[in-house]
Write a protein that binds this ligand. Structure first.
Ligand SMILES: CC(C)(COP(=O)(O)OP(=O)(O)OC[C@H]1O[C@@H](n2cnc3c(N)ncnc32)[C@H](O)[C@@H]1OP(=O)(O)O)[C@@H](O)C(=O)NCCC(=O)NCCS
Length: 161
């Protein structure tokens, strides 16, 4: 199930943002803010109507987060993470991405949903492929996690394809 974030989700979000592995997959360092400072940031972001954040719930447990952002020219960008390592590879992200695409193209009436991932993130590439995204290109990105250069792959789902 996808639902809006609540104040009680702050600690889970903070825990995930401090996880070095999750940070590396997103090309940024784990956050170094205090929990209180992070709480203020999260609550402000979750109220920001230009970003749509969803908590992914499985069995009434918050197990990850997905975001739709950078809305422009009839499309938006999608981001996702499944927090606990033991819950990855069970189809939860694929189900989430399908729901988000349905919401973005149906409820929001967008023409396209964009995504990107690192070239060595084979799991995320598989999720995009399974959910009907096609590769649109690639680029170089400097990861702020380790200051190394990586290849980033770009994907797009187009409504009606
Ligand atoms: C990437 C991520 C969101 C995918 O979520 P998930 O719930 O594990 O994904 P799913 O189980 O829906 O699908 C994963 C697919 O990748 C496949 N896969 C897993 N490891 C793989 C590998 N090393 N190489 C190729 N495919 C792989 C799985 O078999 C599955 O495909 P299948 O259904 O055809 O068998 C999740 O693993 C995660 O949060 N990772 C850390 C953060 C991250 O990478 N976020 C994305 C940043 S762009």
């Amino acid at each position: 199930m996808l639902r809006p974030p609540r104040e009680t989700d702050v600690e889970a979000a903070y825990y995930w943002d401090r996880d070095p592995e999750l940070a590396a997959w997103n090309g940024r360092p784990p956050i170094s803010l205090s929990l209180d400072a992070a709480r203020r940031d999260y609550l402000a972001r979750w109220r920001d109507s230009s970003i749509k954040t969803f908590i992914i719930e499985s069995g009434e447990r918050a197990i990850g987060m997905a975001t739709l952002y950078d809305f422009r020219r009839g499309s938006c960008e999608l981001g996702i993470k499944i927090g606990p390592e033991g819950l990855r590879g069970r189809g939860l992200a694929s189900e989430t991405v399908r729901l988000l695409v349905e919401y973005a193209t149906g409820t929001l009436g967008l023409d396209a949903v964009r995504g990107s991932t690192l070239e060595h993130n084979h799991r995320m590439q598989r999720v995009f492929e399974k959910c009907g995204f096609r590769r649109t290109g690639q680029g170089a990105m400097l990861s702020r996690y380790d200051d190394r250069r990586y290849t980033e792959l770009f994907y797009e789902f187009r409504s009606g394809d």
